[in-house]
Design a protein around this ligand. Structure first.
Ligand SMILES: [Zn+2]
Length: 262
């Protein structure tokens, strides 16, 4: 399965908030995109695992994904173990993504910090031909899956992109998501148990920091702010650890100059 873009989040709704616009834009351009959550979000204050799985499925449709899946790491207890790294290595080897995106490690939720580190490490380890996969093989019950672990070849994603959330993080580039913004918000609103909407009382009366009406406004403002930085209406920001190689800076920045106001 050769994928172009694989987004990984800790919980259902992380990917939607951070890079749904980019996923939608890439899918419309004909790229094969995937979104995978490490947990099922079972420790969240609102919603149940069943509700959250349904919401993630609906959001996946809005994001025009070729593939989506939830892994079984424990919510609120994601640990940076070798076994968890190998689980992500296997996912990357199976999907063979060109680019991988995940949450930036400057985050409030410890699951997000650990997800960021696990994805960073797995993207490196996935390319090592002689990586010892034994801990994952031994933890896998199905014979077919054990066989797949043995036989799936090594794969290096080209880059890991990190998308910032609440906290300030450096930005390497911003994707213009103006044409995808409404659909991004539909993907976010698919998580009816999590974010403010008219039906939310049926999911309980406990409020969280993301169930307030202001939170969706904050997401819109954040995407507007990033859009403003590149001279468009809405944008999504990404951070790269590596420097970007340019052979022709004039060509690379030509379009960017048209959109900015020096
Ligand atoms: Zn999360």
């Amino acid at each position: 399965m050769n994928f172009d873009f694989l987004a990984l989040g800790a919980h259902p709704d992380d990917i939607e908030l951070g890079c749904a616009g980019t996923l939608i834009k890439l899918a419309r351009l004909g790229y094969r995109t995937a979104a995978i959550t490490l947990t099922r979000g079972e420790s969240g204050t609102r919603g149940t695992p069943e509700i959250r799985a349904r919401e993630f499925e609906l959001a996946a449709q809005h994001m025009l994904l070729t593939h989506s899946r939830m892994l079984d790491l424990p919510d609120a207890a994601i640990a940076e173990t070798q076994l968890n790294k190998l689980k992500l290595v296997q996912v990357m080897r199976e999907l063979r993504p060109q680019l991988v995106a995940t949450v930036h490690w400057q985050a409030r939720h410890p699951d997000h910090i650990h997800t960021s580190h696990l994805v960073r490490d797995a993207a490196m380890l996935a390319g090592l031909k002689n990586l010892d996969m034994k801990p994952l093989r031994e933890a896998t019950r199905s014979a077919a899956e054990r066989n797949a672990i043995e036989t799936t070849p090594a794969w290096y994603p080209r880059r890991v992109l990190f998308f910032p959330e609440r906290y300030e993080a450096p930005i390497s580039f911003i994707v213009d998501i103006t044409d995808a913004f409404e659909q991004k918000m539909a993907a976010i609103r698919a998580h009816e148990s999590q974010f403010y909407n008219a039906n939310m009382a049926q999911y309980g009366d406990e409020q969280t920091s993301i169930s307030r009406p202001e939170f969706l406004e904050f997401i819109e403002h954040q995407n507007q702010r990033w859009g403003d930085m590149i001279g468009v209406k809405y944008g999504e920001a990404f951070y790269l650890r590596e420097a970007v190689r340019l052979d022709d800076p004039i060509a690379a920045f030509g379009e960017w100059c048209e959109h900015t106001f020096p």
